[in-house]
Design a protein around this ligand. Structure first.
Ligand code: PRP
Length: 181
């Protein structure tokens, strides 16, 4: 039986848990085909952008059938606000030279976070770097970013649930919705 969330009353539903699961399975299949040459000696490296992408990444990883390993990078720009601060704080301890990288994000909004994370990782000379985002909000874009894999295109509204927060709340909702303003 689905658990009830008391915190979901101020949220307009957007994508159900089932719709998310189905879309992620499709993306996982696509990634497995595109990186079919990965081996245990040379696996695909998923780099998960914390915190928002942790639930998406956990589910995506379990749909990928090629050898892959996981690491994490912490990037934050929103703090407790609904608009980006314009400054992205990036923390990591990664070794990625020569590896095929799949950067896993929950949402590309203005594009600032993923642009800055990508720029930093490219200085470390990966063999390739692709972006996989669950959600893309093209109307909000201020920095050019093109994701190779996108789960859903979303409207220019504040989305929460399935790992995505407002002021650290709502990450545990199994579905995605728009936070009522
Ligand atoms: C959110 C989200 C993305 C980023 C997208 O992170 O998880 O990383 O903002 O916005 P942008 O395209 O405008 O940069 P946030 O800074 O809220 O940190 P969090 O993931 O720890 O919640």
């Amino acid at each position: 039986m689905a658990k009830e969330h008391k915190q979901s009353s101020a949220i307009t539903p957007l994508f159900s848990a089932e719709a998310i699961e189905n879309r992620i399975r499709e993306i996982g299949t696509e990634i497995s085909l595109d990186f079919a040459s990965a081996t245990t000696e040379s696996p695909l490296l998923l780099i998960v952008v914390l915190k928002g992408a942790f639930i998406f990444a956990a589910d995506l990883l379990r749909t990928i059938t090629i050898p892959c390993i996981v690491d994490f990078i912490h990037a934050s720009s929103y703090g407790s606000r609904k608009i980006s601060s314009g400054n992205v704080t990036i923390k990591h301890n990664l070794a990625i030279e020569g590896r095929d990288i799949l950067l896993v994000e929950d949402i590309v909004d203005t594009g600032l976070t993923i642009q800055q994370v990508t720029a930093e990782l490219m200085t470390m000379k990966p063999a390739s770097l692709s972006i996989c985002t669950l959600l893309d909000k093209p109307e909000a874009r201020k920095h050019p970013v093109v994701a190779r894999y996108t789960g859903f295109i979303v409207p220019n509204a504040f989305i929460v649930g399935y790992g995505i927060d407002f002021n650290e709340q709502y990450r545990g909702l199994p579905s995605l919705g728009v936070l009522d303003s």
